[in-house]
Design a protein around this ligand. Structure first.
Ligand code: ZN
Length: 302
């Protein structure tokens, strides 16, 4: 084996949203997703809306006891605000995310450490706000996505694990907040070219995911990335308890592909929560070594 491949499954839990309102489906999906990951030796981060936590606190406590991570998912509309966090300034973002975190902590009895912003709708204030609220890792970017209608623009964002930058969401920084981007293939475009094909289970079938997985891992090996990782994502709005469900079948197929591709590239799979990935990154890349000073490329000036 020539190295490790950290593999992390992320599920956004949001069935209490006004548009969904199906709590029984959410509980079935979350339980079955956790079981499926356990059976295959994998680890998940469940990013959960405060209203989902309040409905199913016992389920999430149980999943945490089984070694999964329970973090906060934020959709401002469920807190009475506009749909997209990225339209707000720093002060309002701090209020929205802070209040959501308080509701989460009150319901579960512990504070969330990981955070995932709905639609990856962020702006250049967001990482500073999250850091000041005490978050030290999370999934807030979908590299190469250009979706201004959701205030979700990540063109040029790093594909790999990195410390966030307080002032610019696209740059490497010196904040002790480890961003774990969703794994994407920036060259395969969807939604009229606005969105990259990513490891969103429900987006395509397992065959299509093979190409995204293989391309990402191969690139990380070739680039000598210090901590190689895959972060897949899905939602608890799909019935993972149904063996005939297309998304469940896709997820199983993805796990098999990840195993085969890791073996082929001589990588040892390390099943990991977001917290475990962030810890591995901190160990491999000291914080003070990552801030890069930008310099104008003058090669073409003659
Ligand atoms: Zn969401």
């Amino acid at each position: 084996m020539s190295g490790s491949l950290y593999v992390s499954f992320n599920i956004d839990c949001e069935v209490s949203q006004p548009a969904v309102q199906d709590l029984p489906l959410g509980e079935r999906a979350v339980r079955a997703f956790g079981d499926l990951l356990d059976e295959n030796g994998h680890r998940a981060t469940f990013h959960v809306l405060p209203s989902d936590v309040e409905a199913h606190a016992n389920v999430y406590r149980e999943l945490k006891d089984r070694g999964h991570e329970i973090g906060l998912h934020v959709h401002p509309a469920t807190e009475g605000y506009e749909e997209f966090l990225g339209v707000y300034g720093a002060e309002q973002q701090a209020t929205i995310v802070g209040d959501a975190g308080d509701r989460f902590s009150f319901a579960l009895g512990f504070a969330p450490e990981s955070i995932c912003i709905g639609y990856a709708s962020t702006n250049d204030f967001t990482y500073g706000v999250l850091y000041d609220l005490g978050y030290r890792h999370g999934t807030c970017s979908i590299p190469s996505r250009v979706l201004p209608e959701c205030a979700s623009v990540h063109a040029g964002a790093p594909l790999d694990l990195h410390y966030a930058n307080r002032h610019n969401r696209l740059l490497l920084g010196d904040l002790d907040f480890v961003e774990i981007p969703i794994t994407v293939d920036p060259d395969s475009r969807m939604w009229s070219g606005k969105h990259p094909q990513d490891l969103r289970v429900e987006l395509v079938d397992a065959k299509n995911h093979w190409y995204t997985i293989h391309k990402s891992v191969k690139r990380q090996v070739e680039d000598g990335v210090p901590v190689k990782f895959l972060r897949a994502i899905t939602h608890n709005t799909f019935d993972y308890s149904d063996r005939n469900d297309f998304r469940r079948q896709t997820l199983v197929g993805m796990m098999k592909h990840i195993q085969a591709i890791a073996e082929d590239l001589q990588l040892q799979i390390v099943p990991a929560t977001g917290a475990q990935i962030a810890a591995a990154y901190r160990q491999a890349v000291p914080l003070d070594n990552t801030t890069s000073k930008l310099q104008l490329d003058r090669r073409g000036y003659g």
